[in-house]
Ligand binder design. Structure first.
Ligand code: SAM
Ligand code: SF4
Length: 386
C-alpha cells in the first residue's frame, strides 16, 4: 500500500466556487461573478461550517486538506490562512499534514504562491491543460503555454511538492503529438502529474458543439492509442499511474485524493462540497448547496450548507468502495468488500474477468484492474457489483 496510514486518514475538502471565466468543457461547480466577491463574508461562513461539521465528526486527526474549485488561487492568502486556522481550532491536525491548493497558472496567481506557503499550503496543483497556445485557446484558457510554464517554475521554487494537470484526447491530437507534449511535461514535472482524457460533459458548450458535429474528438481507436502512449511514456520516465489519471514517483501520490479512492472519511466544506462521514458507525454521504450565495445564506441562517445527508446501506457502501478502489493501481482487498456488503464477490465473475485479462489477483490477494482493463473500468465494476 502507498501513502498515509489508511486506518487513520481523515481529509478536509474546501471548495472555492469562483473562476475568472468558464471554460467550455468544464461542468465543475464554478461560477463567474462580475462584482467583487465579499471574501470576509465567505471566510465567516467557512469558519461556521467548519465548526458545525467538526461537532458532527469529533476526535479525528486531519491528515490532508485540499482547496479545490473553481479557482482557489483567486482567494487571498489571508482567506486560506483563516480557513486553515479554523480547521486547526476544531480538529487535531497531523504534523505532516498535506495541504494542497489548486491554482490556475496565470502570472497574477503565481504572485500569491509565497503567501499561500506562509499560510500553510505545502503543495500546489496547477491546471496547465496543454503546452501549446492553439490548444489552450481552443480550451478557452486565459493563459499561454509560456505563462503556464513560468507558473510551474515559480511553484517549483516555492513549494517542495507540486503537480500539474493536462487534458489529452483533444480535437485533432495524434499519438505522436501527445508523445512530444508528454515528454516536455515530464521534463517540467517533479513528482506528480494528472493526465485527464477530455470528457464531453452535458450542459457545457463543448457538449453542444460536439452534438452539432462542430467539435470532433478522437475516435475510440485513437483515444486508446493516446491512453497507451500516456502509460508507456510515463512509466518509462519513472511516473507510473497509481490511479487511472494520476501519475507519481513512488511515495509522491496525492494523499488527499488517495483517501477518496480508498473509501476513507473526509469532510466537505463550502458550496457544492461532498463529504463522507462515519457517524455512530454509519456512513453518511453529505452534500452542500451548490449556488454560492444560497450556500452563504444557508450557513448564516442554520450553521451549515447541507442539502443532502444520506445514510449509505451496506450494499451502497460496498459498491462505492469497489467503484472508487478499482481506480487505483493497488486495487482493493476483496475481504474488505465482503465485510462491507455482507457477501463476497462472485468467484465465477472474478474468474471470467481474469481470463479476459481485465483483472489480476496479487500474491497478497488484492484484486486489481490491469492496464488493458482500465479503459473498460465501468464495465468491470458493473460486472463485479452485479
Ligand atoms: C475543476 S478543475 C480546477 C482547477 C483549475 N480551476 C483549473 O482549471 O486549472 C480540475 C481539473 O479538472 C480537469 N477537467 C475539468 N473538466 C474536464 C473535462 N471535461 N475533461 C477532462 N478534464 C477536465 C482539468 O484538467 C482541471 O485542471
Ligand atoms: S476548468 Fe478550472 S478555470 Fe475552467 S471553469 Fe473549470 S474550474 Fe474554472
Amino acid at each position: 500500500m502507498i501513502g498515509a496510514d489508511p486506518t487513520t486518514a481523515f481529509g478536509i475538502y474546501v471548495h472555492w466556487p469562483f473562476c475568472l471565466s468558464k471554460c467550455p468543457y468544464c461542468d465543475f461547480n464554478s461560477h463567474v461573478r462580475h462584482a467583487p466577491i465579499d471574501e470576509e463574508r465567505f471566510v465567516r461562513a467557512f469558519k461556521r461550517e467548519i465548526e458545525t461539521t467538526a461537532a458532527r465528526a469529533r476526535g479525528r486527526e486531519v491528515s490532508s486538506i485540499f482547496f479545490g474549485g473553481g479557482t482557489p488561487s483567486l482567494m487571498r492568502p489571508q482567506t486560506v490562512g483563516a480557513i486553515l486556522d479554523a480547521i486547526g481550532k476544531y480538529w487535531g491536525v497531523a504534523d505532516d499534514v498535506e495541504v494542497t491548493l489548486e491554482a490556475n497558472p496565470t502570472s497574477v496567481e503565481a504572485t500569491r504562491f509565497r503567501g499561500y506557503r506562509a499560510a500553510g499550503v505545502n503543495r500546489v496543483s496547477l491546471g496547465v491543460q496543454a503546452l501549446d497556445d492553439s490548444s489552450l485557446k481552443a480550451l478557452g484558457r486565459l493563459h499561454t503555454a509560456h505563462e503556464a510554464l513560468e507558473a510551474v517554475a515559480i511553484a517549483r521554487s516555492v513549494f517542495d511538492r507540486y503537480s500539474f494537470d493536462l487534458i489529452y484526447a483533444r480535437p485533432g491530437q495524434t499519438p505522436a503529438m501527445w508523445t512530444e507534449e508528454l515528454r516536455q511535461a515530464i521534463s517540467e514535472a517533479a513528482e506528480h502529474l494528472s493526465l485527464y482524457q477530455l470528457t464531453i460533459e452535458e450542459g457545457t458548450p463543448f457538449f453542444d458543439l460536439h452534438a452539432a458535429g462542430k467539435l470532433r474528438t478522437p475516435d475510440e481507436a485513437i483515444a486508446r492509442a493516446l491512453y497507451d502512449v500516456t502509460q508507456d511514456v510515463c512509466t518509462r520516465h519513472g511516473l507510473p499511474a497509481y490511479e487511472i489519471s494520476n501519475h507519481a514517483l513512488p511515495g509522491a501520490e496525492c494523499r488527499h485524493n488517495l483517501l477518496y479512492w480508498r473509501g476513507q472519511e473526509y469532510a466537505g466544506i463550502g458550496p457544492g462540497a461532498h463529504g463522507r462521514l462515519d457517524i455512530d458507525g454509519i456512513r453518511h454521504a453529505v452534500a452542500t448547496e451548490k449556488r454560492p450565495e444560497a450556500w452563504l445564506m444557508r450557513v448564516e441562517a442554520i450553521g451549515n450548507g447541507i442539502v443532502a445527508d444520506d445514510l449509505l446501506n451496506s450494499e451502497e457502501r460496498a459498491d462505492e468502495f469497489l467503484l472508487m478502489g478499482l481506480r487505483l493501481r493497488e486495487g482493493i482487498d476483496p475481504q474488505r468488500y465482503a465485510a462491507l456488503s455482507g457477501r463476497p464477490l462472485d468467484p465465477r465473475r472474478i474468474a471470467i474477468l481474469r481470463d479476459e485479462g481485465a483483472i489480476t489477483i496479487s500474491t497478497e490477494g488484492r484484486l486489481r484492474v490491469t492496464q488493458d482493463g482500465f479503459p473498460l473500468l465501468d464495465a468491470v465494476v458493473a460486472d463485479l457489483a452485479a
